[in-house]
Design a protein around this ligand. Structure first.
Ligand code: ZN
Length: 319
């Protein structure tokens, strides 16, 4: 049976790429998202995978462009549907948000067929995603610095929480953030529609980060093995899980120096960062409110009063 996504169509044992048309650009040209269909020779489950939902998060498409050439449909059981670049307009201008409606794509799921530019793209990709049994939405901590982790966004009381958490554990970045996300995330809309969904956050980079991309590639192959798309089993390992996420801003303006490395444990009361003047005079020392792991930091040192500095994952356990 032929499987189609946009103009891509592949019979059993075939792979095809094409475009999923989602509208027209300002000059009236139609445009489409780059898509791939990998139709396994044997029947099985369907995996949906997408990247660049946020336009400056390129590690995901780095994963896609390495994984797809390594997939042999003759060796595959089941089907993989891929949207390589979701946020078309933001990607063109290397920005996080869609410049057509100044919206963050991952707040618009499940989308709206007759809505704004972002809502229409969300709708088109959600239609593809909900054909699957599993959803992987490849993100990263934007252009800031962040550890490699996988987010479970449905919340601990959701009926699909266990399935989402298992998918996150199988992906296996080492860290999981298990905390209900904001409305409009694909990792919330997917589970609400009955499909286990994860949001791997592959580090944070301007452009591509090799280490994070390789973790993403390994994660996708772990998923393919564990859920029977490929032969071989994935022996998954215990993950360090945070269930809380504290954000820190600066109480003063100046230059930030971190006193802990990314991924390092911090204890309540320990200094996380200091803010100095251009002449090295200390203006403030900011301590951790609770125990946790330094999870994400800003990239540039200069801050204004109230500006975001870092995040600490809290309520740590292993899962
Ligand atoms: Zn993102």
């Amino acid at each position: 049976m032929m499987t189609r996504l946009g103009t891509a169509e592949a019979g059993p044992g075939e792979i095809d790429t094409g475009r999923l048309e989602v509208g027209e650009t300002r000059d009236g040209s139609s445009f489409g998202l780059p898509v791939a269909v990998i139709n396994g020779a044997e029947p099985g489950q369907t995996l949906y995978m997408q990247a660049v939902s946020d336009g400056d998060e390129l590690n995901g498409v780095g994963v896609v462009q390495r994984v797809v050439p390594r997939l042999d449909p003759a060796e595959l059981s089941g089907t993989i549907l891929v949207v390589g670049i979701v946020n078309y307009h933001a990607f063109q201008v290397a920005e996080h948000r869609n410049p057509i409606d100044d919206t963050k794509m991952n707040r618009t799921y499940p989308g709206n067929e007759n809505g704004t530019s972002s809502e229409r793209i969300a709708h088109a990709t959600f239609e593809a995603a909900t054909r699957a049994d599993l959803i992987v939405d490849l993100h990263q901590g934007s252009t800031s610095r962040m550890i490699d982790e996988v987010r479970v966004r449905c919340g601990k009381r959701h009926r699909l929480h266990e399935e989402c958490l298992e998918l996150a554990k199988v992906f296996g970045c080492g860290y999981i953030l298990d905390q209900r996300g904001p409305d409009g995330q694909l990792a919330r809309a997917g589970p609400d529609d009955g499909i286990p969904t994860i949001d791997p956050e592959l580090g944070g980079a301007v452009g591509w980060d090799e280490t994070s991309i390789e973790k993403g590639v390994a994660g996708v192959f772990n998923v393919l093995s564990h859920y029977g798309f490929l032969e071989g089993d994935s022996d998954y390992e215990r993950q360090t899980r945070a269930s809380g996420f504290d954000q820190y801003g600066s109480p003063v303006g100046g230059l930030v120096t971190f006193k802990r490395e990314l991924g390092q444990r911090v204890s309540a009361g320990e200094v996380l960062f200091e803010v100095t003047t251009p002449f090295g005079e200390t203006k403030a020392e900011i301590t951790a409110d609770s125990d946790g792991i330094l999870w994400r930091t800003r990239r540039l040192p200069q801050v204004a009063t109230g500006e975001y500095v870092c995040s600490v994952g809290t309520d740590i356990d292993t899962y």
